[in-house]
Design a protein around this ligand. Structure first.
Ligand SMILES: [Mn+2]
Length: 454
């Protein structure tokens, strides 16, 4: 974990923003996989990590909003637990390492909270969290505190030096994972072989995965988590994967490359277009520009390129305002990145990505834009345009004659087995622009082909 002063200062900033009551931050509990004592790998709650840094199950932190005083609730292990799990640092020692003065047993939490005017909670995203909150809070109808949510988002959105260091540490490992994937991909190799090599590389270095890797010859399936296909020359492999640093900061990178090691002419054409979509988007990445603008500019670039290829027609302004590009680019340009790979999504996607001046569109495609609001120095985000040929979607739109003035459905028939291409990088918004985070990972056609040949 970080130095205790970092957690003291984060809690101080938060409690200064909240008028009265108690701020309740429950840590996570172990989650059974298939029977009670066979648990999933423990992952601490990100808000708990942010304000306390303690990476152990069954802890709760309460911050008194009026004076910032913090109490850590937890139980030391009994001998019976130690027999199975080994020794664990005492709750008192944990509290010290997080700069917390008071320690209490878990059983005292309900009584402690019953004396206060208001308990501020964050939205629960696991069933066990919901039942835990119900069990310790008197009222059956507790609801999460908008005041708390908004202030946590405000604070977590601006990344400090230490946090950027952690994200770049995750990216060091991720860069190697992606190079390993490119080097080992070839005709006849199964996707799962590559996933095993990448996860093994991360685990060997004490990192985890920030999310289940997407490694697939079906890049057109946006969140494909199956790895059973044998790859064949002529196909594209899409690799969307990122490690999580030992302090649980995420990275999120996508590269797409030819299984054979050389792009075909058509693959090169579409790939270069996605590359340009990212360049166009990056030019918008600076304080005061809304991410929606970057998204729309990238979408217009897609239309211009698809018009050149004979797959679309008409003006890119019109096509994008009507949403015709979403057949090929159905997702958003990117999202915030931090302790969570979709940072703070559990606190409410609209509160994180939108502000009073920006409402979420309900148009197909644009509706999936997770980050829309004005960019600020200290934001860390992903920039991830893509072009996909999704047979089911093409079929449906074609039958419905959807946007048929913009889309040349006849020309699309030869792209049925093309798959999809996405390129994703992680950036920090600086005072006057952006900085690309982490080491370079081959991205141009030439650099990818060079690495795959070596
Ligand atoms: Mn992403």
């Amino acid at each position: 974990m970080f130095n205790e002063n970092i957690y003291i200062s984060r809690r101080k900033i938060l409690s200064n923003q909240i008028n009265e009551g108690m701020i309740l931050l429950p840590g996570n509990m172990p989650v059974p996989m298939n029977y009670p004592s066979n648990t999933l790998r423990f992952r601490q709650d990100s808000n708990f990590l942010y304000y306390c840094g303690l990476d152990y199950p069954n802890l709760t932190t309460v911050i008194d909003a009026t004076n910032g005083e913090t109490t850590l609730f937890g139980d030391d292990l009994e001998v019976d637990d130690i027999v199975w799990e080994g020794e664990r640092v005492t709750v008192k020692k944990m509290a010290e390492s997080a700069g917390i003065d008071h320690v209490e047993k878990n059983s005292l939490l309900p009584k402690f909270l019953s004396n206060t005017s208001k308990v501020h909670t964050l939205p629960a995203y696991r069933a066990d969290q919901k039942s835990f909150l119900r069990s310790i809070l008197d009222s059956q109808n507790f609801s999460s505190s908008k005041e708390l949510i908004v202030n946590v988002i405000k604070q977590r959105s601006i990344k400090s030096k230490e946090e950027i260091y952690e994200i770049e540490r995750a990216l060091e490992v991720t860069a190697e994972m992606h190079k390993i994937a490119m080097k080992h991909t070839r005709d006849g190799v199964k996707e799962q072989v590559i996933v095993g090599k990448m996860e093994g590389y991360a685990l060997e270095r004490g990192h985890g995965m920030a999310y289940p890797a997407i490694f697939t010859i079906h890049g057109e399936i946006l969140h494909n988590n199956a790895y059973g296909n044998k790859m064949k020359s002529g196909q594209l492999a899409l690799n969307d994967s990122g490690s999580e640093s030992p302090l649980h900061y995420a990275s999120d990178i996508t590269r797409t490359f030819p299984v054979s090691g050389s792009f075909s002419d058509t693959q090169k054409q579409v790939y270069s277009l996605v590359f340009e979509m990212q360049e166009v988007a990056l030019a918008y990445c600076k304080p005061g520009i809304s991410y929606k603008e970057a998204h729309l500019a990238s979408a217009k670039k897609a239309v211009d390129g698809l018009v050149n290829m004979g797959l679309m027609r008409g003006s890119s302004d019109d096509a994008v305002s009507e949403g015709a590009h979403a057949l090929f680019f159905p997702h958003g340009l990117g999202h915030m990145l931090g302790l969570d790979v979709h940072d703070m999504e559990g606190l409410g996607e609209d509160l994180v990505g939108y502000d009073d001046d920006s409402n979420r569109s309900n148009q197909f495609g644009l509706a999936y834009l997770r980050l829309s609001k004005d960019l600020e120095p200290g934001f860390v985000l992903t920039v991830e345009p893509g072009i996909y040929f999704i047979p089911h979607l093409i079929e449906k739109w074609k039958n419905d004659k959807k946007h048929s003035s913009f889309i040349n459905y006849d020309a699309l028939s030869q792209f049925k087995n093309f798959g999809g291409i996405r390129i994703e990088d992680n950036i920090l918004i600086t005072d006057d622009g952006y900085r690309m985070l982490g080491p370079d990972i081959p991205k141009t056609v030439d650099d990818i082909e060079l690495l795959m040949r070596s």
